[in-house]
Unconditional design. Structure first.
Length: 340
């Protein structure tokens, strides 16, 4: 599987992003930052933990927020002139694409060893910070756990036809999942699944939040999302009528992808970048992700809400996250099937 199509796609996205400008550019001040992060994770999610890092270390951080793929493309387009020291990606695919392009420098082995090998780069160039399991969120008034399929592949059954399923084909996390499906099942297997779901006339939504809202409202019986979105609704309303279904026995439908970080090969502030990565893998930051964003901590010894999926009990499919870099191939497939 080649990453060249993805590199070209990212570069094109970078040009579009550059034409629009950035908040970081407009808000620049006279003093240069001591560390620059390109973050594909939103400010709402990671801004507080980065602010905590600044407060504890005294390091001045500038963050350019945006779409993960667009920011990865910006790094490739900027080349040696990129001001970024650290890339914070929302999925392993973009991290893998930059790694394959030679954009990262090797990380300290002691740092890498804090995280299980399945959630970090095989070449030691990026490391996962938090985990996100794919699940089916379902309306608890319409379905019981016994009604739910044992595999995500079973959702092509006509029983789920007539708008019972919700999905978000343009969403990055869904596309990363389809990329994993292509790796696991091959092009023909992934195409057959997409065509089967399409034949069931699923309802299309813009993102995971909209799908969870629709499940709670009974607009759909179930939807394909990342696990943590439901917990945000339950935090506001414990009686919200939805629950997550984890597909059992290492099913592809409950693949755990990661948000992760890497230090760029062109970074000017490598010592500060190293301190950031150590902080993100430390207990306070890991606890933040577990308690505030409801993600799965990847470092041993961090206590998470018992309702969150447990990495020790989540049997994973035999998927190497380093192999999820071919986003362009996924976009081509989704277009060919007529999903996007």
């Amino acid at each position: 599987m080649t990453t060249r199509p993805l590199v070209a796609l990212l570069a094109a996205l970078a040009l579009a992003l550059g034409a629009c400008g950035s908040d970081a550019d407009s808000g620049a001040n006279a003093s240069a930052p001591q560390l620059t992060i390109y973050s594909g994770r939103s400010e709402e999610l990671v801004g507080p933990v980065i602010a905590q890092f600044e407060g504890e270390t005294g390091i001045d951080v500038e963050v350019r927020y945006g779409d993960t793929a667009q920011l990865a493309g910006a790094i490739l387009e900027e080349g040696d002139n990129s001001p970024a020291d650290v890339f914070f990606g929302q999925d392993a695919g973009a991290l893998g694409a930059l790694s394959d392009a030679g954009s990262f420098r090797p990380l300290d082995p002691a740092l890498l060893e804090r995280v299980d090998p399945q959630f970090r780069s095989v070449d030691g160039e990026w490391v996962g910070v938090s985990g996100r399991a794919r699940v089916a969120v379902y309306n608890t008034a319409l379905l019981s756990e016994d009604d739910l399929p044992a595999s995500v592949l079973d959702l092509t059954n006509p029983r789920w036809g007539g708008g019972k399923i919700g999905w978000a084909p343009t969403n990055g996390s869904f596309q990363a999942f389809v990329t994993a499906m292509r790796v696991a099942l091959g092009e023909d297997g992934a195409r057959a699944w997409l065509e089967g779901i399409k034949a069931n006339e699923p309802k299309v939504y813009e993102n995971n939040i909209a799908i969870v809202e629709a499940a709670g409202a009974g607009e759909i019986e179930l939807g394909l999302v990342n696990h943590y979105y439901l917990y945000r609704f339950l935090a506001e309303d414990p009686a919200f009528p939805a629950a997550n279904h984890l597909f059992p026995n290492g099913d592809l439908g409950s693949l755990v992808n990661v948000a992760g970080v890497g230090i760029l090969d062109t970074a000017d502030h490598t010592e500060e970048a190293q301190r950031l990565l150590e902080f993100l893998l430390g207990e306070p930051a890991q606890q933040y992700f577990a308690e505030e964003t409801f993600e799965i901590p990847l470092v041993d010894g961090v206590e998470a809400d018992p309702a969150l999926p447990d990495l020790e009990s989540l049997k994973q499919p035999d998927i190497n996250l380093n192999g999820l870099a071919d986003l362009q191939g996924t976009l081509d497939l989704l277009t060919e099937v007529g999903v996007i």
